[in-house]
Design a protein around this ligand. Structure first.
Ligand code: FES
Length: 212
């Protein structure tokens, strides 16, 4: 008598309700987890973008009207022109070294100064002071300025831009909340920024220290 082969029993009834519920809850958990991770990544990426978009408004409101100290007036001898730099008030923490702005300080007398933007009035290259010739020279296209900042020669159509300044005790402070350019004059309701006169008339129109 031959044996009848035993066929394996196949359970084709599908997953049990418990298994289906477990799979559904696992899928649901992974879906929520991916949403959470995507949200976190999106938030991290959005922070610098939002900072970039809102930066100009927050910087402007806090920077307008900023007076920045350049140090004791005693460090600027009468008759000399010296280079100093200051921390720009219109920058943020991440700007690093680029937040430093240089300017030339000329001391005319005990209480009379001129503080020039370092940028050439032509295309903005930094100008250098040569005490021997008493000229500011621009290395880019040969622009030259007299010691009072007025135009001497070359492509620039005007003299160097000047910061408003005042003395606070023994400290020389400048109005550094905005760059001293003609563009800022249009939107400025205050006293207009200083326009440098030609050398021939400069002595009679030289500005006095800015009044608070
Ligand atoms: Fe100074 Fe052109 S940028 S002369």
């Amino acid at each position: 008598m031959s044996e009848v082969p035993v066929q394996p029993v196949v359970d084709d009834s599908g997953p049990t309700p418990e298994a289906k519920a477990a799979a559904h809850s696992r899928r649901s958990f992974l879906f929520k987890l991916s949403l959470l991770l995507n949200g976190a990544v999106g938030a991290v990426l959005a922070v610098p973008l939002v900072g970039y978009l809102l930066g100009p408004t927050t910087k402007k409101s806090s920077a307008v009207g900023s007076w920045i100290g350049l140090g004791p007036a005693s460090q600027f001898p009468v008759g000399e022109t010296r280079l100093v730099d200051f921390q720009s008030p219109v920058t943020s923490l991440g700007d690093g070294q680029t937040a430093k702005v240089a300017c030339w300080v000329r001391r005319i007398s005990a209480e009379q100064f001129q503080v020039f933007a370092i940028n050439c009035a032509h295309l903005g290259c930094p100008v250098r002071w040569f005490s021997e010739s008493k000229l500011f020279m621009c290395p880019c296209h040969g622009g030259a300025y007299y010691e009072d900042g007025s135009r001497a020669s070359g492509p620039p159509e005007r003299g160097l831009f000047e910061y408003k300044y005042k003395l606070a005790g023994d400290s020389l402070v400048i109005h550094a909340g905005e760059m001293p350019t003609l563009a800022t004059q249009a939107s400025c309701n205050e006293k207009p920024l200083i326009q440098i006169e030609p050398a021939s008339t400069a002595t009679s129109t030289r500005p006095t220290p800015w009044q608070v």
